[in-house]
Structure formats: C-alpha cells, structure tokens
Ligand binder design. Sequence first.
Ligand SMILES: Cc1ncc(COP(=O)(O)O)c(C=O)c1O
Length: 365
Amino acid sequence: MSIQVWSYLDEYRELREDILAEVDKVFQSGRLILGDSVSNFEQSMAAWCGMRYGVGVNSGTDALFLGLKALGIREGDEVITVANTAVPTVSAIVSAGGVPRFVDIEPDTYLMDVRQLEDALTPRTRAVLPVHLYGQCVDMQPLMAFAAKHDLKVLEDCAQSTGALYQGKKAGSLGHMSAFSFYPTKLLGGYGDGGMVLSNEEAMSDKLKSLRMYGMKGIYYAEEHGYNSRLDEVQAAILALKLRYLDGWIDRRRQLANQYQSMLGDVLKLPVEAPGNRHAWYVYVARHPDRDRIIEELKKKDILLNISYPWPISIMRGYSHLGYGEGDLPVTESAAKEIFSLPMYPQLTDEDQETVCNEIRSIAG
Ligand SMILES: Cc1ncc(COP(=O)(O)O)c(C=O)c1O
C-alpha cells in the first residue's frame, strides 16, 4: 500500500453514512441551488471564524476574485502579495484587473515578509493580499498597521488556513475580508469544488451575493455586471457536517507535526510555528538541499510526496508580463528549490508516519 501525502478515503469510510444522508436530504429538499444548506453553512462558517457574513461561491479562486471586485479593485490597481503561493492567488488578482506586486517571504515560515511592504508601495497600490500559507497566518498586526496608514484594503487568502489562530483570533477575521477554499485537500474540504468570502459588512455581503448571481439583486434583472459562482447545496451540506469535526482534526494534525519534530528534527530543516500563532498544519513543509533525491528514493518505496511549490509565480511563463525574473525574490527562489511536503492529514496513522520518517532517516540521515 502506498503512503500518500494526502488522502480522503479513510475519512470517507468513517463518515460515509452521514455524508450520504446529507446528500440525500438535499436531493429530497426540492431545492438544489442556493437553498437552506448554503445559507445555514454560510452562517455557521462565518460564526466559526468570528465574522458576521459568509457568501458561498464555487471555488477559492472565485472567493479571491469576487472579494477583490467587491473591495473595488479596478483595472491597473496594484495588489501586494507573494510569489510563494498557489497560482490561483495571482490569477484571481489578474482576473479582477489588478496588477500583482510581489514581496519576498520570511526564511523560517515561508510567509509574506511584512517588513518589505513599504518598498512595494506605489501610488497605484490599493490592496494587500496576505496568503496564510501551509496553515499558518502572516504577521497581521504590522500588516494591518501598514494598510491603515496607507488606506489599503486587506483580503486574506485563507485557502490553506481554516482554523489557524493568530494572537487568539481565527484566520479570516484579521483583515477587511477573507477568502476560503473548500477544494477537497483543504483543512475543511468538500467532495468537489467550493469557496467562501467572509466579511463584517452587510453591504459587502450583499454585493458579493449579487456578483455571484449574474449581478442581480432580485430575479431576472442585472443591477451590475456579474458572474455565476455559487456554492453548491450538496457541497454546503457536506461541509456543514465536516465543520463539526474540524477542531479535532486540527488537533490530530498538531500531534502529527509534533511527532515529525521529534523524529526528523536532526535530519531535515523542519517548519516552525511563529510566536503568537496556532498552526493548523495544512501541509508539513520540510527543507533539505537534496530534496529531489529524497523524493525519488521515497517514490521507489511507494511513499509519494509533493512540493508546495516548486516554482515561484514570479518566474512562471504565464506571468512573465508582470516583469519579474530570476533573482528578484531570493528567499522565495531558494526555498522553492529545497522545500517538500511530508504526508499530513488527520487519518494518517502513526505507523505510516513512522515508516516515512525511518525511510527519510535512512536516505538523508
Ligand atoms: C493559497 C491558495 N489560494 C487559493 C486557492 C484556490 O482555491 P480553489 O482551488 O478552491 O480555487 C488555493 C487552492 O488551490 C490555495 O492553496
């Protein structure tokens, strides 16, 4: 049996009957789009994160895109973010008409280095998009002070950090608005695509509801140019069920992270939990100069790892028009050559984790 970096199959075996019962309830309800399952889940997800309003959309990418639209990002507006992230962070900025401006990351957490924000500021800067990558929050206190000083909007990318805490507050409650992904691998993952935008302002919530539904407020009449981006009833029902397990699953991830620490601390450079943070360990990102060989050797033993992320977005062909090149983001670029992700999901057994650690020790020890 192979050991994967992530799998949902054991979770499905545990929750199968409850999940199928939720799906059946939706199918029997007579309402398949924007019914009670979506509105109930919007309320419970927002409350769970300490926010007032949730608007379900069809992906994390759309949550970012529509969030930026609702915040008023227009053609040519600059949005400061990082290049060590999933492509959709940057794609959403470009789709919204914005121009991504990259700052480098911190060498220990691999998260946005907020000390560089001032250097990235131009007269066209309108927003900051911090990415709470890997399950841990960006240092939001100085970031929010910077945003307030320069009158910038802050949209948190929480796709990888549902349930992470920063100074006791949940990811997604720290900026002006936040975007979540329910892609299956995520900390709170659906059985298909899904996303949500959280905010504290009713007007923003109304705007997002209009944008996700062809720009309409009532029916059959567009008040503005809009889109079709709705969270599905079936996904919402499954996600509401899974939300009840999330705290326990994050506790298990934290236990696995501690075990990695004690088994591999002397072999690899291991990830750190920054002061004031409670890491949710979406992925467990280790570092070693011989990363590619380690991955190849483990593959021969049927242990399948991956890399988040092997290429900074600043050097991807798809974003060459942004004008960045090799050497512009040295910390991001050197991390991309050496980081790799170890298996991490709540149902990973201690035995499988130990097997992975023993194999890594025999290759890299
Ligand atoms: C950091 C980050 N932002 C945005 C997204 C986009 O989410 P989705 O795949 O739901 O569109 C993802 C997930 O792929 C992500 O990891």
